[in-house]
Design a protein around this ligand. Sequence first.
Ligand code: ZN
Length: 463
Amino acid sequence: MKRTIATLAAATLAAGALTLPAHADRFEPAPGAPGLNDPLFPDLGNGGYDVRHYDVSFDFTPVTYDFAATVTIKATAVQDLSSFNLDTDGHLIDEVTVDGRPAAWALSPGRTGQELTVTPAEPLRNHRPFTAEVRLHGNGKAPRGGLTGWRFGPDGGFAAAVQASRADTFFPVNDHPSDKATWTFHMKVPEGYVATANGELTAKDGDVWRFEEREPMASELLGLAVVKGTYLYGTGPHALPLRHVVPQGQEEKYGPIAAETAGQIEWAEARFGRFPFSTYGVHIYPGYTDALENQTLSLFGTGWFTRPTYSNTMIHELIHQWFGDSVTPATWQDAWLNEGPAVYYAAVWAEEKGGEKLADKMRTVYGKLDAVRAKDGPPGRPKGLGGYNIYDGGALVLYALQKEIGERDFDRVMRRWVQRNKDGNASTEDFIAHAVKTTHRPGLDAFLRGWLYGETNPPLEIS
Ligand SMILES: [Zn+2]
């Protein structure tokens, strides 16, 4: 319920008679925290508000990499706020307003980029919705305080690959996976190029293409691109609209590969239920060397498709649409909940396609993981991101769980996990509680703790 000023005044008068909190009527604005105390990245994200929606206008000039952007952030204060921060890196800020009024702003160094501190003309009361708008310009190749989220192609364009925390190299943002929001993108499309963004392409207004991502998305999954590409369309299970972007002139080479996506979604849906978003596709780009699960539009470097096993990588990123994108880790320390399932199911897929047997792969992981635990931390408590512990180690935790409870219960745990936590955030502790509850096996609490937090692997027969 929303409290109006009038009901607050009435409550104050009656406070003697009612058991109201002692300071319910006080207005005590304070700065929002400059970080969310993520165990791996304490300065990432910002406290004091909750973003509901980002509206991003992005005007990019190919080859020179100059750009101008406006980001409009609809948020709600979660405390009385005198000022609040956004994460940013390497932009020239032109103007900041809050609810249409000019706001004071200042830049200071952050962990990897910078903190943009915004001081509204009037402090914001707790629970109050507000709109912050930042106008900025910059250059995609300008130096950044940290790594960049920009990937540059031979076509003079770019694709965004911002995981874990480099959305702030495109525009100011609350750059932590726990603050998911819906998004609108207005991408100005230069002559000879196409634009991409997460969600559905809903309008073309002259040279501005509008994309709507109506399902909540973490900023780490930002899928912006301006490239010399071709849109290819398809249909997935239950008429799911598919749209892919492949390099211009290479439609014959990449069209059949993109078309494999429909069957891959069907394979995954048999395990987890419906695809969690209203559209999906693959973006294949020569300016990228890795693969990344950007929400609704996974990004792949062209190099993957010279390997006969490329579909394992496509499955990996597809599985992330459920594990990582729809269900997003509460903190970066929970990242095995993304990578464990992606590696595990890609290995199941690989075995089905005549590749390495899952058991053989897991035997190898079992042999290596103790040393990795000692050096980089166990899967559920990694010291950093991107390591073997959260990828193959996370998959081994799931394999051990499957061996412990049997395939039927395991399938139920995984399917219900993505259904229960759809569009939300969840932690390792949530997963342990969920596994116990779903299977009615209290012993799984100690079992999973051993695998996730232990200094060494628990015993496991792999036959
Ligand atoms: Zn992954």
